[in-house]
Ligand binder design. Sequence first.
Ligand code: URA
Length: 426
Amino acid sequence: MSDFAAVDVIRAKRDGQVLSDAQIDWVVDAYTRGVVADEQMSALAMAILLRGMTPAEIARWTAAMIASGERLDLSGIGRPTADKHSTGGVGDKITLPLTPLVAACGAAVPQLSGRGLGHTGGTLDKLESIPGWRASLSNAEFRDQLRDVGAVICAAGAELAPADRKLYALRDVTGTVEAIPLIASSIMSKKIAEGTGALVLDVKVGSGAFMKDAGQAAELARTMVELGRSAGVRTVALLTDMNTPLGLTVGNAVEVAESLEVLAGGGPPDVVELTLALAREMLDAAGLPDADPVETLRSGAAMDVWRAMIRAQGGDPDAPLPSASESELIRAETDGVVRAVDAYGIGLAAWRLGAGRARKEDPVSFGAGVVLRVRPGDSVRAGDPLCELRTDDAERIPGSLDQARSAIQVSSGPAETRPLLIDRIA
Ligand code: URA
């Protein structure tokens, strides 16, 4: 591999030049090895954020991040593989019912998931509220479970795209998260390295998502679909609304409980709608278009896979879920119609109650969170409950009360109603 001076690569991007393949390969590798310093990579990330990258540069950057670690080969699993990635939202528990559902329909679902940071929750934090369940698996355990159960949700190992792990932590503290080339290459390097054959992206748009604007979200989706395609992964993206939280629960154990309702054939209509839409896309992309996810939910077959998946990772699917010791109801102050339930405000309230973490080493409270009692469009009378705050620490309630109260707007005007599914990009 040729050697460059980091400062020349930074200057080139700062001045709007297209980086060569050799420059990209070198800088990603040298950063992973600690030869390029954090301050140099920060400057380059900021230059990329401001100047952008061509599709060819993004593809090469992604390939270099994949090459920084190991690439799993899932070809011996015996079933087609399909995965889903969400760019993150409030109340987004869809992975929980979706993974066993798609597995029960005949695909194998390798879900490498993350923990929450900031106002959006993490799938692993939610699952860890199940007594005994463990997030870390060896590569051998991951493959065996994928073959035997068809569904795995676990933590990504340190060997998968280590360049991204290091760069993402740096971007988080240098104001360089919001660059489409860096987001797309970060997400897709991990998904391609994981070895899935098909991938469905749930790109969130709205107040509770990190893309607030549909145009930008569509550009991110197109960039990721193209990266997947060119790496031989059948990739489709759905753009979905994240102005309102998904379902009625935001937290950890409360979201597991709501996912179980979906697997039992009930659950909130928006969670069911998105779970089924993503399942159909995953099954199509995996070459199983005749599978029937509605019937698979109804028959209990998806619940059977859930139970096997939880047991395989040491969890007890019958154990009671943790509940918070303190709770407080927020009630409507006037008669009216619920105009909006703002995802960002509710996400922040749940975070303040202890459901999320401020630093990545902080613990989360499994029982904490927000349980909504209303959806946009519902009519309420003064005194009716709007939502319930749950926490293990009563001192956290005042800090989240105003946040949650102002997130739920009640007035006499019409409700904000938006379709959940905004666009499909293939
Ligand atoms: N999720 C990721 O994995 N990477 C990003 O850059 C943003 C969201």
